[in-house]
Ligand binder design. Sequence first.
Ligand code: ATP
Length: 334
Amino acid sequence: MSEQNAVPRHEKVDYMTDTRPIAVDETGPGCKKRDPIVVAENISRSFGGINAVDVEYLEIPRHKITALIGPNGAGKTTLFNLLTGFDTPNSGKWQFEGHNIAGVSSYKLARLGMVRTFQLTKVMGKLTVMENMRLGAADQPGERLSKALFKGIWGGREKEITAQANVLLEKFKLDAKKDDYAASLSGGQRKLLEMARSLMVRPKLVMLDEPMAGVNPALTQSLLDHIKNLKSEGMTVLFVEHDMNMVRHIADWVVVMAEGKIVAEGPPADVMKNPAVIDAYLGAHHDVDLGDAEGIKELEAELEADEESIVGTENAGIIAPEIVVSGLDDKDKK
Ligand code: ATP
């Protein structure tokens, strides 16, 4: 953390109203942050001939909500996989909370306080909601074979874990379903369960891969509120998302990837006006402001005249002027 802007540990910060600048100097790809929780350098990962990730330098700001955006195939999920120990890079080093974590396995990272959710949820369908929650907890001595037969050793911890799970399930409005199989939940409820389960380790950094994908609109607001709550409780959030409306509303900071590289960084309003971002998403349609409803109407009109465009079809990414750009495909690019 840079000395000048550091807040003394005894001073309580309201993370929701903290308006101190996030970047130390000018914003831009790879810019330094006032208080980074993750620092990554020279991370590369290729599959065959494709450079899926080729990130020179990236810092993720602590106590902020950062959105990682970019067109399909930009390398967002691969970068998530690398940072969280689910994949191994060809090169690179990165730190979490000042610890070098290159090569550290995902379960150890979870214990350090770095957790993630997946684009396609990984809840255990044949376990109940409560059993899924218990699986998310760390430090359960009963999981060791040598101690499993002696309930006296692990029974107390089991009670603590169950109490913590009950609090989280209530918060996420899943308490009525705690004895149901996870397979019986809707897509949105599974996303909520996955998020609630990740909180069982009391993480410092929560990484969400497309939290809104497949979520019924009725649950969207609740998911957004939960993500904002993570920040208000002092956690850092990094999420991948295609829904620009969500990004504009909840992100403090946006990192844009294209073809494996970071092509822009900054506050949402600035980034969405950045020509490099518009180019990455829309190719030639670069005179449009992604954060502005008028701009989107203009874009829709322009694309309607374009034979290859998907606007107006069932696959259209742009669904309403107030919902800015959602799920653009490679097909959207000209
Ligand atoms: P989306 O928004 O569609 O999820 P993304 O930005 O998350 O895309 P990645 O899934 O990280 O992109 O993919 C980056 C590139 O790496 C793509 O070209 C993809 O085809 C390729 N890729 C990713 N994983 C693999 C893999 N396991 N094997 C081969 N190629 C892969």
